[in-house]
Design a protein around this ligand. Structure first.
Ligand SMILES: [Zn+2]
Ligand SMILES: [Zn+2]
Length: 146
């Protein structure tokens, strides 16, 4: 992706594009999985921890990214699709690999809608599937064959 496209993605969400913001967005999009703050710190050794934290908070409040509670105790973050408003009907499932501990967005798998008892108001759903990711499943297959 061209730098221009990251820039557009930021401005589309009313975020003023700065070099750091573009860098963090690019890193998140290139990692192809959801990242924790610690992952970002490791991926971006030139950027300070407070800057990463501030940027992530800013991205979240502008709905450029969403957070995922995969049950590991540290939140993961992933970039939202252009049309995503983070409303319940936009939410997708997430997959946590129990072998390599990576968390992925399953953007094409909408979370199943449930009928709530009267009086309850739904605000969000956390739908995390657990198992083995593509890479780890392939490795397992390899072990069983040989
Ligand atoms: Zn895996
Ligand atoms: Zn996601």
């Amino acid at each position: 992706m061209e730098n221009n496209e990251y820039l557009n993605k930021l401005t589309q969400r009313n975020i003023k594009p700065t070099a750091i913001r573009i860098l963090i967005l690019r890193t998140m999009m290139q990692s192809e999985r959801a990242v924790s703050l610690l992952d970002l710190e490791n991926l971006l050794d030139t950027v300070g921890k407070p800057t990463i934290f501030r940027t992530i908070t800013h991205f979240l409040s502008h709905r450029l990214i969403h957070s995922i509670d995969d049950g590991t105790g540290s939140l993961k973050y992933a970039v939202c699709g252009n049309a995503c408003t983070c409303a319940v009907e936009d939410l997708h499932s997430h997959f946590y690999c129990e072998s390599c501990h990576k968390t992925f967005c399953l953007e094409n798998i909408h979370i199943p809608m449930v009928e709530l008892p009267k009086g309850f108001t739904l605000q969000s759903i956390n739908y995390v599937l657990k198992g083995l990711c593509v890479d780890c499943s392939a490795k397992l297959e390899h072990i069983t064959i040989t």
